[in-house]
Design a protein around this ligand. Sequence first.
Ligand SMILES: *[C@@H]1O[C@H](CO)[C@@H](O)[C@H](O)[C@H]1NC(C)=O
Ligand SMILES: *[C@@H]1O[C@H](CO)[C@@H](O)[C@H](O)[C@H]1NC(C)=O
Ligand SMILES: *[C@@H]1O[C@H](CO)[C@@H](O)[C@H](O)[C@H]1NC(C)=O
Ligand SMILES: *[C@@H]1O[C@H](CO)[C@@H](O)[C@H](O)[C@H]1NC(C)=O
Ligand SMILES: [Zn+2]
Length: 437
Amino acid sequence: MNSFRLIYFVFVNCLIAEEIWLVKFSQTTENRLSIIEENFPYIDLLESNSLQSTYVFRLRNEDRTSFARFLSKFNGIYRRLSNDILKQSSKRSKRWVPSENPLDKTYYQHFLSYDQQRDWHNLLENSSSTKKFVRLHTIGQSYENRSLEVVELHTRKFRRRRRRHAVFIDAGMHAREWLSIGVANYIIVQFLREKNTNSKIQEIFRHFDIFVLPMLNPDGYEYSRTKNRLWRKNRSPTSHSDFWNGDEGCIGIDLNRNFPYQWDSLPGSSVYPCTDSYRGPEPLSESEIFHTVNFLRRLTYPHPKFHAYFNLHAFGRFWLLPWTYTLKEKISNYDDIFRRSDHIAKTVMNQTYNVGQASHLLYPCSGTSIDYAATLMPHAMTFELSPVFNRLPMCLEKSSTINENCTLGFMMGPEAIEIDGREIFNAIVEYLYSITK
Ligand SMILES: *[C@@H]1O[C@H](CO)[C@@H](O)[C@H](O)[C@H]1NC(C)=O
Ligand SMILES: *[C@@H]1O[C@H](CO)[C@@H](O)[C@H](O)[C@H]1NC(C)=O
Ligand SMILES: *[C@@H]1O[C@H](CO)[C@@H](O)[C@H](O)[C@H]1NC(C)=O
Ligand SMILES: *[C@@H]1O[C@H](CO)[C@@H](O)[C@H](O)[C@H]1NC(C)=O
Ligand SMILES: [Zn+2]
């Protein structure tokens, strides 16, 4: 594979174009996806509906011929989707008008740019309506020197109380998962709006200070906004990025594979720099993860000890619990955290969320944030948010009538923020309330 790529690039030194394919297999073929992963490491699985045997892949032009041959061998048919799909969510955004009220809906009805997000953080910290309850912490810089900003929420009245704990919420670890950032912002707004009226939230603030890092991967996010909507990794160079000049996939590390716990146990975590799940040259090699981990270990700022962690991704409607790295082991308090999560998923969430161990519900992968967080605190979990659409059909919904103008989960419009935000906010409030007792 690698030597083939070497020859290819010597002769064709140009930017690689990409295509998006909707693939349907006509009969069950065992382990199809793992065969694809093994033989086509540079093909990115964007969506899957295993019940209907339909999948959406992103592939480079160089892989088209061999992948088409592979599909015909395995009884698969494909259809190229319109590249216009990648423009959908920006096209649908209304114009953003800043408000002087930091709790105004404009701050969660749009996908904010990095600069807009920072302006909003300053407004939260300085506005008379919120400044008593908000503190901003710059915990470090990204590779391209953007600030990693944590918004701290607290009610000062209880600050001196002993045995307080901290809660950490992060989003945007994967650049293209814009919805997670919007939902983190919605959560900040709702905690501040409801802190005096909702008795559960009052109880939560009696026990916890809440820390939210809405944009963990600001470089990747800006790249996804301006250059490549489906960008996933951060933007730091790898050992291959100079050599494979022109192959942008050789830049960046998958930040959710770079955490220093079980980093090298390897499943679902790639050693190849040009893949989308590249784990990096060593654990903590990435600035974004190094600073986040220092913050979690309380080396950055002397806050109370962390007790719970909510990690936001998009999409899939999954409520994922540790462990991620193994199918064999079960975390020691699994039954307790499962019971709490499953109860909440069934009682307060409007849409069906699948609750369970991450490695079983998705796939095993190592070096992830919840596995690392679970070594520091008892409650660590990931939400894979729900794609909500009200305009275009999902590409995978009714596979018999493929509409080339369909849409993908990553392309969710900003109208999904409020719907998902409400649901995840309710779930987090119920979960935190359940552990105050
Ligand atoms: C908000 O306050 C911080 C310090 O508290 C200051 O650095 C920043 O410039 C202020 N921003 C605005 C817009 O006043
Ligand atoms: C980030 O800032 C440091 C210190 O100013 C500088 O040395 C470095 O080149 C900057 N990195 C990037 C990618 O701009
Ligand atoms: C979700 O469920 C709650 C409580 O059952 C209800 O009040 C709310 O309107 C529902 N939201 C949506 C978007 O269906
Ligand atoms: C998809 O959208 C394009 C441009 O809006 C339009 O010309 C085309 O007819 C649409 N195709 C289908 C199958 O709706
Ligand atoms: Zn993700």
